[in-house]
Design a protein around this ligand. Structure first.
Ligand code: FMN
Length: 186
């Protein structure tokens, strides 16, 4: 288990098949194992696959054109392709309760922990995964059309799929020595 955790890496190219329903349910069961101060369950997981992937692609283009009506064809095609990069994507949303005694940052961190659990669970099940964000996360039009409430925060899009044969992920990034980021408190 520890070896699996230490071998996680973001995927470059993702292809079919994505996690099927049973695998996805396992992955999401891991997501809701995220720690959560106050049992607020401040999460929403929007599964984007099948026909939903095409509709999300259209929403990406629509949102881009509202942000930037002068977008050129190459920008539009790049945006259109984003939700099509993986067979399954989970948009991880922090369902933030403003004015609650649990600070907003703790609610968002909990959703971030859920996203991290999705990455690890996908890896443990043999899938590739990558966490991406982008301007849509902060775009009011996109967020409303994606069915989110104004206080919701998009923590990211987790792309899920199979790695090409022989690929273990992106070319392995050298990992830093944890001691570089660690101090002893005296
Ligand atoms: C909150 C968050 C947002 C990210 N957004 C993007 C993104 O939009 N595009 C991207 O290429 N990588 C993004 N990344 C980085 C990748 O998910 C990944 O961590 C990076 O490519 C390094 O690979 P590694 O996970 O193997 O270390 C994001 C990471 C986090 C935590």
């Amino acid at each position: 288990m520890m070896e699996q955790l230490l071998s996680r890496a973001s995927a470059g190219t993702l292809q079919d098949p994505g996690p099927d329903e049973a695998a996805l349910q396992r992955i999401l069961a891991a997501a809701v194992r995220a720690p959560d101060h106050g049992k607020l369950r401040p999460w929403k997981f929007v599964v984007i696959r099948g026909e939903g992937r095409r509709r999300m692609s259209e929403l990406f283009v629509e949102s881009l054109l509202l942000r930037n009506p002068d977008a050129v064809a190459a920008q539009i095609e790049k945006e259109r392709a984003k939700p099509l990069r993986a067979p399954v994507t989970v948009m991880v949303v922090a369902k933030v309760m403003e004015g609650h005694k649990i600070p907003v940052i703790e609610q968002v961190i909990s959703a971030g922990a859920a996203a991290m659990n999705i990455l690890n669970a996908a890896h443990f099940l043999g899938f590739g995964a990558k966490w991406v964000t982008g301007e849509n996360c902060y775009d009011a039009h996109f967020r409303a059309r994606a069915g989110l409430d104004p206080a919701d925060q998009v923590v990211g899009f987790i792309h899920l799929g199979s790695l090409p044969p022989g690929a273990s992920g992106q070319p392995e990034t050298p990992r830093p020595d944890a001691s570089y980021y660690t101090v002893e408190y005296y």
